[in-house]
Design a protein around this ligand. Structure first.
Ligand SMILES: [Zn+2]
Length: 56
């Protein structure tokens, strides 16, 4: 995974299960500390993660 902000490849990935069938990935860049979320390969906003979490 490459950081969308600084293009560095040294990023941490964490899988988070919001429910049995709803998994999102959290990414954190070790170089510039940019953080982002993905769902099924698409970047999603933190608001959407929170909305999904509150529905479950
Ligand atoms: Zn970065």
């Amino acid at each position: 995974m490459t950081c969308p902000q600084c293009a560095d490849a040294d990023c941490a990935q964490i899988e988070i299960n919001l429910s049995d069938e709803d998994t999102v990935q959290f990414f954190s860049c070790r170089k510039c500390e940019f953080k982002w979320w993905e769902k099924e390969g698409d970047t999603i906003a933190l608001d959407e993660v929170l909305n999904r979490a509150s529905k479950n």
